[in-house]
Design a protein. Structure first.
Ligand code: FO1
Length: 328
């Protein structure tokens, strides 16, 4: 069974751990393809940083700091300390020494002219990932957030990382803009991965800043609409709270309530021009099931809090079973 997953960062990575066990995908024979969000990418100190691709790579490669939720395990921050001693800006982004090695290799290859998809494959080779990992696009797409400038009150656009990391999403977002997405093309293999899959999964990633940038790349939403594979999503909202991260601040900006049913309605049913065939929600949100089903979606509830890889595996198994049922 070929499975394609559109992925943000750590939430997706934790789901993928379960999916890999559930599918038996291996480095030698990967049956899972992950299309990663690159809207979070940022160039700092001349280094190209791809947080979501790296979260997936480090987590599935066994090199992630699982407590912190980003960056490398056994990390040190000597370079960052030295940058701060020079007063170098920005000083709000935590670059670890081991992590910097990834960005150095990536940036050198990009600057030599290799596309991000090839560079990502090269980096992933070191980690012997049990998946095929590809960015959504080789083109530059950056998520920017329109806020009211705290000093002047005038609207201003800042990079997503500045909003997320520096301001902890505390500045009210007026709008999210996926700069460059209108002229971007899907990376090689992305459309095929969606149209030839047996199932496409939207893991519990942030709908606004993780999945929306992927869907904003021309051709990807269309491929989802037309694939014969069932499209199954897992709610990132449990009991009116994001499972992790600050998705509530993002959803507010686009006028979507923080509930499993509202996010399902935001994606919509493929039967009526939307994206999903089925939506898996947490037991805590079982009372949302009726509203979701009324929108033409197959809905099931189960434990979706990935306290351990076993829970993620159960969710993955349920998604694969559902895909089987929806296909026959
Ligand atoms: N998140 C933070 O909250 N603080 C940081 O200093 C930080 C640094 C960082 C460095 C590399 C990297 O790949 C990710 C990093 N993240 C950091 C996570 C990242 O900002 C976001 O969580 C994702 O972009 C959202 O998916």
């Amino acid at each position: 069974m070929q499975v394609t997953v559109l992925a943000g960062g750590i939430g997706a990575a934790r789901f993928l751990q379960g999916l890999i066990t559930a599918t038996g995908s291996t480095h030698e024979q990967p049956t899972v393809t992950v299309v990663g969000n690159t809207g979070d990418d940022i160039r700092l100190f001349g280094l190209q940083i791809c947080p979501d691709l790296d979260s997936v790579m480090y987590t599935l490669g066994g090199g992630a700091d699982t407590e912190r939720g980003w960056g490398r395990a056994n990390e040190s921050f000597t370079v960052l300390e030295e940058l701060r001693n020079y007063g170098a800006k920005p000083d709000w982004f935590g670059l670890g020494d081991r992590d910097i090695a990834t960005h150095l290799v990536r940036t050198q290859a990009l600057d030599a002219g290799y596309p991000l998809s090839s560079v990502t494959a090269g980096l992933a080779a070191r980690w012997e990932l049990p998946i095929t990992l590809t960015p959504m696009t080789d083109d530059r797409v950056e998520t920017h957030v329109v806020i009211d400038d705290p000093d002047t009150g005038a609207p201003a656009a800042i990079h997503f990382q500045e909003w997320w990391v520096r301001h902890r999403a505390a500045l009210a977002a007026r709008e999210f803009v996926y700069v460059g997405s209108d002229t971007a093309s899907p990376a090689p293999g992305v459309i095929e991965a969606i149209t030839t899959a047996d199932v496409v999964i939207l893991p519990p990633s942030n709908p606004v800043v993780s999945l929306a940038p992927i869907l904003a790349v021309p051709g990807i939403r269309d491929a989802l609409a037309h694939t014969v594979a069932p499209v199954i999503g897992i709610s990132p909202i449990v009991g009116s709270r994001p499972v992790r991260g600050m998705a509530d601040a993002c959803l507010a900006a686009i006028g979507v309530d923080v509930s499993a049913a509202a996010v399902a309605a935001h994606y919509g049913s493929r039967a009526t021009g939307g994206l999903l065939d089925a939506w898996l929600i947490d037991d805590e949100d079982a009372n949302n099931a009726g509203a979701i089903a009324a929108r033409g979606l197959r809905v099931e509830h189960l434990d979706t809090i990935f306290a351990n890889p076993g829970v993620a595996q159960e969710v993955a198994i349920r998604a694969l079973d559902l895909a089987g049922e929806l296909t026959t």
